[in-house]
Ligand binder design. Structure first.
Ligand code: GLP
Length: 232
């Protein structure tokens, strides 16, 4: 009912499905503010968008999260990832990412949350961590959380450090939209590819909100689409 599950044959097919959904919203003039995500899951998605004819010049974006202490020039920052995979190739009205270099991180979180609530997310794109986190909302993050400084768990540091380049050490904190920030979007689209995501998706299908698997908060939203290549 409120949570639609779309099963696809591959990440590329998943990206194609996401593209169709976005195209539909753009065609109906319903997409002005788009929440974006990072991670390997998003690579085929952004490839599809950059190769398309879609026009985002009237779309403002907000990214979910950023590591504390990494600047946009670090290849390990999410700001760099976004430029590399999307923003250098497609023109947007405006793009926003939390500033992990801010001197006052709490003030930066407040500023970001305020901008987000003013803009109002039409769609938020999401991936999921192996431990079920959405953005950097680690296990135990409360439902009423807004943009905040998150302490990353050892499991997340282990998984995400594999992608770190140039011997840069992975920061153990990040700025992230909270659960309430994400839930404020009109429409949520979550992509999960590969067996490592099975435990998280299984939790959602069990149908009960469990704060130790923050992906399950999505069960409380009235418009969620999960696109996955898992056979469930
Ligand atoms: C990071 C991000 C999440 C993302 C997750 C999954 O932890 N903060 O927003 O969903 O990675 O990454 P991948 O797509 O590489 O599996």
């Amino acid at each position: 009912e409120n949570c639609k599950l779309i099963q696809v044959a591959s990440p590329e097919k998943g990206a194609e499905h996401f593209y169709q959904m976005i195209k539909e919203e753009l065609d109906h003039n319903r997409l002005h503010v788009l929440g974006l995500a990072t991670g390997s899951t998003m690579i085929p998605v952004y490839k599809k968008l950059t190769e398309s004819e879609l026009d985002f010049s009237d779309v403002t974006t907000f990214n979910l999260d950023e590591y504390v202490g990494l600047s946009a020039s670090s290849p390990n920052s999410y700001a760099y990832f976004m430029k590399d995979h999307l923003f250098n190739k497609k023109n947007f009205k405006d793009t926003n990412i939390p500033n992990g270099m801010a001197e006052d991180l709490d003030a930066e979180c407040k500023r970001y949350e305020h901008a987000l609530q003013e803009a109002k997310l039409d769609i938020q794109l999401l991936g999921v961590g192996e431990n079920g986190h959405i953005a950097f909302n680690e296990p135990g993050t409360p439902a009423d959380s807004v943009t905040h400084v998150a302490q990353l768990t050892d499991s997340t540091l282990g998984v995400n450090s594999q992608y770190f380049e140039n011997d840069e050490k992975i920061p153990n904190t990040a700025l992230t939209m909270g659960i309430a920030s994400i839930m404020s979007a009109k429409k949520l689209i979550l992509l999960a590819f590969g067996e490592k995501k099975r435990p998280a998706i299984t939790k959602v299908l069990e149908g009960k909100v469990d704060p130790d698997w923050t992906i399950t908060y999505l069960l409380k939203h009235n418009d969620v689409t999960i696109i996955t290549d898992l056979e469930l």
